[in-house]
Design a protein around this ligand. Structure first.
Ligand code: 13P
Length: 262
């Protein structure tokens, strides 16, 4: 992380977990134990049905509310879908877009991801754009090209000014939910490559100031080492974020001093 140029953000992705009662219990425990000296942004991306209760409990807490998906249209005949305007109306600030589970299980293409990024920005939300390769792609050596393509398509039509509101999460698919995280060096290398892509697509300011998170089996044990990487500006955390103690430990790790060379 490098707090001089960009914000460090720890975001919880609860995926399809926690009822309203469990959400209340979690938020109360998190708020009680939140360290005063924390030096990172915190976002809870909860299931749609928990957004209203989480929003109420997070009021005046300096913890931001996030969603895990949206539909790109404002309203209309899209059974089961939720629009960006509906999320914004509930004080949602961040929204995860293009998670690999949505890409693979719900057939979301890069073009759909782009429409969702546009819809989020138009509604005043902050997209957390997920990109990353699977194991075959890594072993074939095509991960850099794949990630560059995912970013280029997802950000088509997004201005440098709008990039102030975009967070990118590098989530290698082989590390998600497996308990096997990327090494700090692997995570740092790809996050730095993503910064280079932003430089090519935009300019030095966008490259330097965009928050780029790592996600994939980040937990209370490996967070400090991953966050020591200059280009890793936080985490998007699944499994470990379901336990308030573990999430708090990761927040602590993100609140430490930066390594000397930063
Ligand atoms: P895990 O932390 O469970 O590997 O999940 C990561 C993730 O998919 C966050 O979006």
């Amino acid at each position: 992380m490098n707090r001089k140029y960009r914000k460090t953000i720890i975001a919880a992705n609860w995926k399809m977990n926690k009822t309203a009662a469990e959400t209340r219990d979690f938020v109360e425990r998190l708020r009680e134990a939140l360290p005063r000296n924390r030096r990172c942004g915190i976002v809870l991306c909860v299931p749609y049905v928990d957004i209203a209760i989480a929003g109420k409990l997070l009021r005046e807490s300096r913890i931001s509310l996030g969603a895990q998906n949206l539909h790109w249209e404002d309203h209309g005949p899209y059974t089961g879908e939720v629009s960006a305007a509906m999320l914004a109306d509930l004080d949602v600030k961040y929204v995860i877009i293009g998670h690999s589970e949505r890409r693979s299980l719900f057939c979301e293409s890069d073009l759909v991801v782009n429409k969702k990024v546009r819809a989020a920005l138009d509604a005043g939300l902050r997209p957390i754009l997920c990109v990353g390769e699977d194991l075959d792609q890594r072993q074939l050596g095509v991960a850099p090209e794949l990630i560059a393509y995912q970013i280029k398509v997802a950000l088509a039509g997004v201005s440098a000014e709008e990039m102030r509101r975009v967070v990118i999460a590098y989530e290698p698919i082989w590390a998600i939910g497996t308990g096997v995280s990327a090494t700090p060096e692997q995570a740092g290398e790809v996050c730095a490559a993503i910064r280079d892509i932003l430089h090519k697509l935009y300019d030095a300011r966008v490259a330097r100031s965009t928050t780029i998170q790592y996600g994939g089996s980040m937990n209370e044990k490996n967070a400090a080492a991953l966050l020591e990487q200059e280009d890793v500006d936080g985490g998007l955390i699944g499994t470990a974020s379901l336990d308030p103690e573990k999430l708090l430990a990761i927040i602590q790790a993100a609140s430490q001093d930066e390594p000397e060379e930063c």
